[in-house]
Each structure stands twice: as structure tokens, then as C-alpha cells.
Design a protein around this ligand. Structure first.
Ligand code: 13P
Length: 235
């Protein structure tokens, strides 16, 4: 069983999501399928095989924070997951590992599973800092003293939306480091997803790499014709 999560980013309509859910209901799979969609689409009815998630959450529970949405509100919509620390939040909203940890803690306290993203920029990669950024991302973005109700996603930031993917060796090395770091933190068994330019043609190969428990898919999660082949590429 793998986790196949879609991140719609700022795309789509409720009608698109209803079409996707209708198409996915016909797919015979034991994989755990998650769709992380804009807030306005949460609450669209999905069946038990497809869970919805948000793409960001406030670190605050309620109050005078205009424009923010809290974890308890996301849970109230029926969603089960929330992405935190996506590279686009880190890049465009200056989110740091500290911010991400607070948001993940807020998600956990409302009973949501945070999908905590880490990954290096091209600059960091070129400076030979990939492993350092990944390890500090994992150590600093995950709240202390928690149960295992989290998912980690490794998203090499330079490869997102670029049609680029790291080599299988690079993915294996990053995921081994993440798995080892999680074990050292008492969180062994935490699922770790790979995300960046995943598509039907590379999904099976990526998910056959050790310590890759699933994928987080951007562009190729928007249309059933692109997303379903990813879901059915693995048992
Ligand atoms: P792409 O699959 O479009 O590269 O996006 C990856 C991503 O950012 C998923 O969160």
C-alpha cells in the first residue's frame, strides 16, 4: 500500500474536484489516495477511499487573524490532512522550519495529519548542502513529543514543476537520511513521500526506491487522465 497524494495548489473548481472524485471512485486500488485542494473546495463529498486535505494551516486556533484558516476549521470540513511547509509557502511566505513546526503542532492538536515538506533549493544543492538542509528540515519542522500521526514529504525544490527529477540514487540517499533521522527521533515507520515532477511514466520507478512510501503530485494530480495512471502504477 502506498500513499498517493495530490497537491492542487491554486488550481481547479469544486466542479473539477467532483469530477475527479467521481473518476477516482471507479479505480480499483488499495493505495491511500489524498487530494489536497484549496480551502473553498473542502467539504466536497468524497468516499471513504479518497481523503481530502488542505495546503496550509494557521498556527493559531482562532481569533483576530484575518484571512487565516485554523486546523479545527479544516477538521470541521471533514478533511483529514494538511500540507505544511510546502516549498512555495517557504519561498513566497517566508515560512521557516520554526513556522512549519508550529503549524504542524496546530494540525496535530485538531486531529489532522500534517504532511510536512522538506527539501533543498538549487542554490543549496549546488553548495553541497542537500543532506544538511534535509536533516535540519526534518529535525526542526517536526514538533517534539508527538505520536506517529505525521507524514513527511521530500520535495527537492529545484525539481518542482520543472520536469526535472533527481536520479534514483539521489532519491534513495535523501529518503534513507530522512528515515534514519525519523528513527533517531523515535518516529520510525513514519511514511515518507517523494514529490517533484512525478507523472504516470516515472511513478512506479520512484515508488520502487527503498524508503519511498508514496508520492506527492502537483501538476499531474489535476486531471483524472494524468492522476489515475500514477495511482494504478503500484499495488
Ligand atoms: P509538480 O508535481 O508539479 O512538480 O509539483 C510537486 C509539488 O510541489 C507537490 O507538492
Amino acid at each position: 500500500m502506498k500513499i498517493i497524494a495530490g497537491n492542487w495548489k491554486m488550481n481547479g473548481t469544486r466542479a473539477n474536484l467532483i469530477d475527479m472524485v467521481t473518476a477516482l471512485q471507479k479505480v480499483d486500488t488499495e493505495n491511500n489516495v489524498i487530494l489536497c485542494v484549496p480551502y473553498t473546495m473542502l467539504g466536497v463529498k468524497s468516499d471513504r477511499n479518497i481523503s481530502l486535505g488542505a495546503q496550509d494551516v494557521s498556527a493559531h486556533d482562532h481569533g483576530a487573524y484575518t484571512g487565516e484558516v485554523s486546523a479545527s476549521m479544516i477538521a470541521d470540513s471533514g478533511a483529514k490532512y494538511v500540507i505544511v511547509g510546502h516549498s512555495e509557502r517557504r519561498q513566497y511566505h517566508n515560512e521557516t522550519n520554526d513556522t512549519v513546526r508550529q503549524k504542524a503542532a496546530a494540525a496535530l492538536s485538531a486531529g489532522l495529519t500534517p504532511i510536512i515538506c522538506v527539501g533543498e533549493t538549487m542554490e543549496e544543492k549546488q553548495a553541497g548542502k542537500t543532506m544538511e538542509i534535509i536533516e535540519s528540515g526534518v529535525r526542526e519542522s517536526i514538533p517534539n513529543d508527538i505520536d506517529k500521526n505525521i507524514i513527511v514529504a521530500y520535495e527537492p525544490r529545484w525539481a518542482i514543476g520543472a520536469g526535472l527529477t533527481p536520479t534514483s540514487e539521489e532519491i534513495a540517499e535523501a529518503h534513507k537520511l530522512i528515515a534514519d533521522t525519523l528513527t533517531a527521533m523515535g518516529l520510525s515507520g513514519t511514511p515518507v513521500l517523494y514529490g517533484a515532477s512525478v507523472k504516470g511514466s516515472n511513478a512506479a520507478e520512484i515508488m520502487s526506491i527503498e524508503n519511498v512510501d508514496g508520492v506527492l503530485v502537483g501538476g499531474a494530480s489535476l486531471k483524472p487522465d494524468d492522476f489515475i495512471p500514477i495511482i494504478t502504477s503500484v499495488k
